[in-house]
Write a protein that binds this ligand. Structure first.
Ligand code: YOG
Length: 135
């Protein structure tokens, strides 16, 4: 296990989230609410199993997966698409590809000090989020 992402992480910056939501065809009213939200990631990592909860006052989203094994993801409550999702290690970075209707979709997570970094991408849009570890 290269790195342990387990912990509770609170959103500190959220760059370009609006464009990421636009490219996923999220409607204006929902975007206006979502862009204002604080998000908390609760990550449980156990060997090659991973649960990631993304929590907010508006909606929650949770995935559980085995690293290195493709699974069916449905982004229920987000853009409600069906994806073939694969999460794997690239060094100490967790890299996710989400095959589906939208090209070049996925995300990356890595840790620098007490910060959890995330890149969310879809087509030509990249959203960058930074979370701070909750003590
Ligand atoms: O995380 O894939 O950590 O699943 C991205 C929202 C906003 C709802 C959140 C609720 C994409 C309305 C998940 C925000 C925008 C906007 C809190 C990102 C879609 C709808 C849930 C993600 C991975 C990696 C784990």
């Amino acid at each position: 296990m290269p790195v342990d992402f387990s912990g509770t992480w609170v959103l500190e910056s959220n760059d370009n989230f609006e464009d990421y939501m636009k490219i996923l065809n999220i409607d204006l009213v929902t975007r206006k609410v979502a862009v204002q939200l604080s998000q908390t990631k609760v990550i449980i990592q156990d060997e090659n199993k991973l649960t990631i909860k993304t929590l907010s006052t508006f909606r929650n989203y949770e995935i559980s997966l085995t690293i290195g094994e493709e699974f069916d993801e449905c982004t229920k409550g987000l853009d409600n698409r069906k994806l073939k999702t694969l999460v794997s290690w690239e060094g100490d970075t967790l890299v996710c590809t989400q095959k589906g209707e939208k090209a070049n979709r996925g995300w990356k997570h890595w840790i620098e000090g007490d910060k959890l970094h995330m890149e969310l991408y879809c087509e030509d849009v990249v959203c960058r989020q930074v979370f701070i570890r909750k003590k």
